[in-house]
Write a protein that binds this ligand. Structure first.
Ligand SMILES: [Zn+2]
Length: 438
């Protein structure tokens, strides 16, 4: 059984915001992630409305924290094990792009299936899992089709390098690594593996996932945890915040009825597109800064739109698209009532509420974003585009901790969090004593 916490000003509610996840303890004998995600949860809740970074993350991002992906390996009777109770390495159990050995999803381990279901349903923008035995931020691809140990370039190689750099550069030791230049490495260049989680996240969840090696020594002594936490804290926060402090964000709407459109967002030169959400038409496309990109929104039945943007350092860009329906789609839209579904939509359309004069969701003050509207829409439409994001501004509610069982069964929050924290520390210490080797 895997448990996760969601930290947000509106946990459990789908909002037009990026979602991020941290996954700990994928290998049962690498427990640091269990401790660090709980320390991170405590820090965010303690510092909300006091620290700008805590407020930014709580208000603008849905942060999901999974302390233990492999609780059976951690609690194994004869001491913690890397593999799960069926002696399977979960970081070799995902379907792989190059080899078919894991393609039968029904035969995957329960932990793997739960992760796949969670990733498919939550629409994460980015994430990372925690490991031990080195100090480095590792990014896809993890393997090559000829199983050689050499750099394997994914379509988003520059984006991955940027995100890994955000983590490493905010860590006082990782960035100065003698083993890994800049404290980052391509997975396959370090050692190729197949069936790993990070490649699957990117290919099937459009989630930019990193594998973070948190400490050279596995299972460090508990007295080391405060030092490790203080060294990693800024990196942990900045990587989450990168989902709103960088990249291109916006919404795609129909020009005829202001319906949100789950359009495909593609970037010239990157052969990996991502979709806007059906509910709000929002998208969050992370990209390496300092470059010019041509961004295109396209959807069947609508005229595609493209525009060039320059993505500066330390700044996100807001880029909304208004797509004109082709004649057939225009007729379809005309037939619809406000409560019917847009093309390809799964959920009910939430028609934007017009609130003139409100501040857009990603403001220059809050995260230094620059706004670009591809085509200037009618005033009422443009107001509508922004107003959907505006509920629950800073100070409207305290950060709630939603704890849910995959897939998403809500339970009382704070008590379980405290239980997990105390249980986690207890188990960490007692299990460490039982560990025969590190
Ligand atoms: Zn590991």
């Amino acid at each position: 059984m895997q448990w996760a916490l969601e930290i947000s000003d509106k946990p459990g509610v789908f909002e037009p915001e990026p979602a991020f996840k941290y996954v700990g303890n994928m290998h049962g004998d690498e427990p640091l992630g269990r401790e660090l995600v709980l320390l991170l949860a405590d820090w965010l809740c303690d510092n909300y409305l006091k620290d700008p970074m805590a407020s930014l993350i709580v208000d603008k991002i849905h942060l999901h924290l999974l302390p233990s992906m492999n609780p059976d390996g951690f609690a194994a009777q004869n001491g913690p094990t890397r593999n799960n109770a069926h002696d399977v390495d979960l970081n070799r159990d995902f379907p792989d792009q190059f080899f078919p050995q894991n393609n039968n999803e029904e035969k995957r381990q329960a932990e793997t299936r739960a992760m796949m279901s969670w990733i498919r349903s939550t629409r994460f923008t980015a994430s990372a899992s925690f490991h031990e035995g080195a100090l480095v931020a590792n990014y896809p691809w993890d393997g090559n089709p000829d199983i050689s140990q050499k750099y394997a370039t994914s379509p988003d190689d520059s984006t991955f390098k940027y995100l890994a750099g955000v983590y490493a550069n905010n860590h006082p030791v990782m960035s100065k690594s003698k083993e890994f230049v800049g404290g980052v490495t391509n997975g396959a260049a370090w050692y190729p593996l197949y069936g790993g989680m990070q490649d699957w996240n990117y290919l099937h969840g459009n989630c930019l996932d990193l594998t973070l090696e948190m400490n050279d020594q596995k299972w460090p002594h508990p007295t080391q945890i405060p030092r490790i936490w203080s060294e990693h804290r800024k990196s942990l926060l900045e990587l989450v915040a990168a989902t709103v402090k960088s990249g291109v964000h916006g919404r795609v709407m129909s020009s005829k009825k202001a319906q949100p459109l789950p359009a495909s967002i593609s970037v010239s030169g990157i052969s990996h597109s991502m979709n806007a959400s059906a509910e709000f038409g929002d998208y969050h496309r992370l990209l390496a800064p300092g470059q010019v990109y041509e961004v295109t929104a396209s959807m069947a039945g609508y005229s595609s739109r493209s525009t060039f943007i320059f993505l500066p350092n330390h700044t996100a860009i807001t880029l909304d698209f208004i797509l004109d329906p082709l004649p057939a789609a225009a007729v379809e839209e005309e037939k619809k009532t406000p409560h019917t579904q847009a093309p390809g939509e799964k959920a009910e359309t939430k028609t934007p509420v017009t609130k003139p004069g409100k501040t857009p969701p990603l403001t220059t003050e809050e995260m230094g974003s620059e706004e670009v509207i591809f085509r200037k829409p009618a005033k009422s439409l443009r107001n509508g585009l922004h107003s959907v994001d505006e509920e629950g501004g800073l100070g409207s509610s305290l950060p709630l901790r939603l704890i849910y069982l995959l897939p998403l069964v809500s339970v009382a929050a704070v008590l379980v969090c405290l239980f997990l924290a105390s249980r986690g520390s207890y188990r960490y210490n007692t299990a460490r004593q039982r560990l025969s080797r590190v």
